[in-house]
Ligand binder design. Sequence first.
Ligand code: HEM
Length: 367
Amino acid sequence: MPADPRYYADYLQLERLLDTQQLASAERGIPAHDEMLFIVVHQAFELWFKQILWELDSVMTTMAGDQVAARDLSVAVARLRRIATIQPLLLRQLEVLETMTPLDFLDFRDDLVPASGFQSVQFRLIENRLGVDPATRLRIKGAPYHARLSASDRERAERSQQEPSLRDHVDRWLARTPFLRLGDFEFWHAYRAAVDQMLRREHDIITSNPNLDAEARAQQLADHDDTVGSFAALFDRERHADLIRRGARQLSYDSFLAALLITLYRDEPMFHLPFELLVALIDIDEGFTNWRYRHALLVQRMIGDKIGTGGTSGHVYLAKGAERHRAFGDLFALPTFCIPRSALPVLPPPVREQLGFRWERPAGSAS
Ligand code: HEM
């Protein structure tokens, strides 16, 4: 017997899906027109959150392995790119929601209380899977971010917080970068010499610049000292450990150096894919940071300085979170340590050979 032909609405379970937009305002007998938009936009968000988690879970399975084959890494990068491609859609959805005015919102806002996007457990799972550090999370009147979740959602959030995150997996993977020690070639020694030369040159430019008055010169020299201090931490495992303790770094020392090496020598074929991975992670971190700022603005525009239905200070809390709740901040620190290509240590031929691959012309072929 042939199976029944599949029907569009059954395959997508549209009857169930399209029956889930119930206006809370209608329960009071005064349906608010814009509540439909409010519900649809939130539901669309949750569907995209589901897709993002789906991609993240698969990437994490790949990156958790003791060995990550290049072909698996390439699939992981493609899936991370997919997440980064979804993110601008999320921003666009906020624009659609902004066609609702503050007064339209007030027609049904009280019907929501105390529900809030703050209770989106999928959003918390995304944050925790990416690696937002629980220690840096903002507290709300002393309570943790998951205090207002139901018991079962709180348990899911807690569990995901305790499991290794994508950042943990990437950290371990980076630390295994085989080219951190390049045979007899003391890369970090050569790099440090190039950096010292660059810093000395910068110092000379400040001290000899005739256009600076004493105050401006002192300020620039103080900034220069900070840069020298940052480089000192780069060459000192203990100082890096101290930065981790203070929450200023998250990746381990070896991983941070590996990420820098990949960034500096991204033109070498062996580093193409690892560099793509780092860029995808930067894009995703930036995408969520953009979303947080954008959402904070939407909230300010919609409710001004009122507190949120979830009990936070509203847009002030949200804007602070945009700065704090980031998983891959270390990757944004790497450019501090980039030096011009022309100043980079030249890799010895055997090292370049190891890092390269190419299509060989078949023996005897003319072209
Ligand atoms: C009229 C539109 C919106 C308003 C006025 C609004 C308001 C707020 C406020 C005030 C907060 C802080 C928590 C609280 O005290 O309630 C919040 C958090 C949040 N909202 Fe919205 N929101 C809106 C739309 C959305 C949409 C469309 C989403 C998509 C899912 C969303 C997701 C979230 C998330 C995930 C949080 C937690 C953010 C964090 O803790 O970092 N919100 N929202």
